[in-house]
Design a protein around this ligand. Structure first.
Ligand code: NI
Length: 223
C-alpha cells in the first residue's frame, strides 16, 4: 500500500524546517547506507549529532504522531530518527531495497518507509521518487510538507536531479502490526468507521464496528 498524506507539516513548521536546512552543514549521504545501497547512493545528508538535525527530528516526530491518517496507516510502534537529505544537480539514488533492520540509537525492523518532502515540486527538475508496487512503477513528487508512505521492502530509486535542489526527510517505521495485509485491513476498517461516524454519528453499528477494530488489533498487534 502506497499512501500520500498532504500537509503533514504546518506552514510554520515547514518554514522552520527549510530555514534549518539553509543553516546546516551537509556531509556525504553514504555514511548511513548499507553496503549495497552505498554503491548507488549519491546525496548529501545532515550529520546525526548536529543541532539542526535534533530540532528537525523533534519537529518531524511531532507532526507524524499527531497525524491521524499516518497513525491509522502505519500503526507505529517505533519511528526512527529521520535522515535529512539534500540532492543537488547530478545526484541520485539508484534502485535498491532498504535494509530490513536499522541499527541506531533505537534498533527497529523497517516495515514502512516514508519520504517527507521539504522542497516544492517546481523548485527542482528531475528527482522523482520511483517506487515499484503491485500496480507497476509509481512516480512520486509531492508538495512541500507532504509525505509518501510505502512498504519498506519495495524496490525504489530517486532519479537524477537536473536543477535546483531536492530536500527531504526519510524515515522508517516498525509497525505494531507486522503483516502488511492485516495492516491494510485495519486501515480500511478504520477509514470506513470514520466515514460512517461523520455521516451518521448516532448509527448503532458504530460501537460494534469499533469493537471489531479493537479486537482485530488485539489479535494482531505486538507491542
Ligand atoms: Ni531507500
Amino acid at each position: 500500500m502506497l499512501l500520500a498524506i498532504e500537509n503533514v507539516l504546518t506552514d510554520e513548521e515547514l518554514a522552520y524546517a527549510r530555514e534549518l536546512f539553509t543553516r546546516a552543514k551537509f556531509i556525504d549521504g553514504r555514511v548511513t547506507a548499507g553496503e549495497l545501497a552505498a554503491k548507488v547512493k549519491y546525496n548529501l545528508q545532515l550529520p546525526a549529532g548536529a543541532a539542526e538535525t535534533q530540532a528537525l527530528t523533534g519537529l518531524v516526530h511531532n507532526s507524524l504522531h499527531r497525524n491521524a491518517l499516518f497513525v491509522s496507516a502505519a500503526l507505529p510502534r517505533v519511528v526512527c530518527a529521520p535522515l535529512f537529505n539534500r540532492y543537488v544537480p547530478g545526484m541520485d539514488f539508484g534502485i535498491h531495497v532498504d535494509n530490513a533492520i536499522r541499527i541506531g540509537e533505537v534498533t527497529l525492523r523497517t516495515d514502512l518507509a516514508g519520504t517527507l518532502f521539504l522542497s516544492e515540486p517546481d523548485e527542482y527538475e528531475g528527482g522523482e521518487l520511483l517506487i515499484e508496487d503491485t500496480y507497476g512503477v509509481q512516480r512520486i513528487k509531492l508538495s512541500a510538507g507532504s509525505l509518501v508512505l510505502y512498504p519498506a521492502g519495495s524496490l525504489h530509486q530517486v532519479e537524477v536531479i537536473n536543477s535546483g535542489h531536492r530536500d527531504v526527510a526519510v524515515f522508517w517505521v516498525q509497525s505494531m502490526v507486522r503483516d502488511i495485509a492485516q495492516r491494510s485491513l485495519l486501515f480500511q476498517l478504520d477509514a470506513s468507521i470514520q466515514s460512517l461516524r461523520s455521516r451518521d454519528p448516532e448509527s448503532p453499528e458504530i460501537v460494534s464496528l469499533v469493537g471489531c477494530y479493537h479486537n482485530l488489533l488485539r489479535l494482531w498487534a505486538d507491542i
